[in-house]
Design a protein. Sequence first.
Length: 91
Amino acid sequence: MAKKSRKPNLSEEVLARARRELYGKEAVQPRVEKAVEKAAPAAVRPAHTPVKTVHVADLRREYAYVTTDLRNMGILAAALMALLVVLSLFI
């Protein structure tokens, strides 16, 4: 059986952007982008990009359906446990 290759299922552009974000500096660019950079120099980017802060109120508003689903699952789990206890008394 042949050895599996471990190539990521991502384009070179996406990998280069992820490496830049991970290491905080210019990562190795694919050959296509290097040719483009030589033609037109890119704007200077800061070494550290500011992190966007997310407020708890924003998260609660955006993911309100999650709390509703969790509550419904909790009610269902409690009802099923009560059913199991009742059934265990008769069986």
